[in-house]
Design a protein around this ligand. Structure first.
Ligand SMILES: *Cc1c(COP(=O)(O)O)cnc(C)c1O
Length: 400
């Protein structure tokens, strides 16, 4: 017999570090696009653990691969080879068109590794080529280097002194980047589509111009696809949509369907900046995580799978535009690609949090980021009827 939800709230509130404003439900199990709380209430999940559960919950091939691997061996040191890791790395190299992959345990760690290798690479040219330019409203993680890379000052406050060498530009403003970038720039680091900061896709040929500026100044282009990658945009890597290739790309969230993992993938030239001992990890890319990643990497890149993401994404976006037409005061903008979509709130009768709570009461889990953008990052397996279910709930909530 398990405890009641009320008892679990109390125990957790008393013992867990107070860094999360948790919603008052205890999630217990999932199946497909649905989650169930401890009281047995069913929720359609349009958050997917923040863009993580790309294959939905309790997906049989993923559960089987994890169980099978756990029964063989969960973990061995990176001092040894394992077949799941060799396979996962080979798949990422092939999919990206880059040359070398490294596995970590989280997004922040993937970015931390990318920043380290970029700094080491730039040292070959000059000792003061250290500047890393990132974007305002970006999100790159919570370690000291990655929170500094994150262009949102409220994440910095209280954690000074911060690592040096970071500068910020406005995303989609190419002339500002042109002014800031120089031969002292080590790397430009951007989310291909900004997620946490409010779902902002790149406009026009912005990323192509960024690529050109990086080339001109021998700066590396690091694309953070921790949220927008793994098929979410309708392409396996979101950068494929914008006709460019980075020198380093980072992944995490959806990469192992829910098992903790992170990765960065880079060119051979960049990879050669690292010698044995320059970077490492105990857990990163262990056989359990890689067995899970291999299921995702065998499933998501399939043409049919990605075409479905694109099609359902278009359908969903149109439904959001329809909601905007119906509630023009409450929804002032709809944007995004594939299944990373945002609806920006205007003078809403309800705040973002109130809308999220009202949806939850009606059995839909959605998210609001930066206080004013409803963000939809569902499992990639959703269907049009799942979209209809959530849009109906939103319609009801906005009508109230
Ligand atoms: C979530 C996220 C991260 C951080 O990932 P963690 O696994 O939480 O460390 C970094 N970059 C982007 C774009 C993200 O969405």
């Amino acid at each position: 017999m398990t405890d009641t939800q009320e008892k679990i709230f109390q125990r957790d509130d008393k013992n867990y570090l107070p860094v999360f404003n948790r919603y008052k439900i205890v999630l217990d199990r999932g199946k497909g696009v649905y989650l169930y709380d401890l009281a047995g209430k069913k929720y359609i999940d349009f958050l997917a653990g923040i863009a993580v559960n790309v294959l939905g919950h309790n997906y049989k091939p993923l559960v089987d691969a994890i169980s099978k691997q756990a029964a063989k061996v969960i973990h061995v040191s990176n001092l040894y080879y394992t077949e799941p890791q060799a396979n996962a790395a080979a798949k990422l190299v092939k999919l990206s068109g880059l040359n070398r992959a490294f596995f970590a345990n989280s997004g922040a760690e993937a970015n931390e590794g990318a920043i380290k290798v970029a700094r080491k690479f730039a040292k070959k040219f000059s000792a003061d080529k250290v500047q890393i330019i990132t974007a305002w409203d970006s999100f790159h993680g919570r370690t000291l280097a990655t929170l500094t890379a994150t262009g949102q000052p409220h994440y910095h406050e209280g954690f000074e002194p911060l690592p040096k060498g970071f500068d910020y530009v406005h995303f989609n403003d190419i002339s500002e980047l042109e002014k800031k970038i120089s031969d002292k720039t080590c790397a430009v680091m951007l989310e291909t589509i900004q997620g946490e900061g409010g779902v902002y896709p790149p406009k026009g040929d912005y990323l192509k111009k960024v690529r050109e500026l990086c080339d001109k100044h021998h700066a590396l282009l690091i694309l953070d696809e921790i949220q927008a990658g793994i098929g979410r945009s309708g392409k396996f890597f979101a950068y494929e949509k914008f006709g460019i290739k980075p020198d380093i790309v980072t992944l995490a969230k959806g990469l192992a369907g829910g098992v903790p993992i992170g990765a960065f993938i880079c060119t051979e030239e960049v990879a050669q900046a690292f010698k044995p001992g320059d970077h490492g990890t105990t857990f990163g890319g262990n056989p359990l995580a890689c067995a899970a990643a291999n299921v995702v990497l065998d499933t998501v890149p399939q043409e049919k799978f990605l075409a479905q993401v694109e099609e359902v994404g278009k359908y969903f976006k149109q439904k959001l535009f329809d909601l905007q037409k119906k509630f023009p005061e409450q929804i002032v903008d709809v944007r995004g690609e594939g299944l990373i979509l945002g609806a920006e709130l205007g003078k809403s009768k309800k705040s973002g949090v109130e809308i999220v709570n009202a949806c939850m009461e009606r059995g839909a889990i959605i998210n609001c980021t930066v206080g004013k953008v409803l963000r939809f990052i569902p499992p990639l397996i959703i269907t049009k009827s799942d979209v209809d279910e959530v849009v109906k709930i939103l319609d009801d909530v906005l009508s109230e």
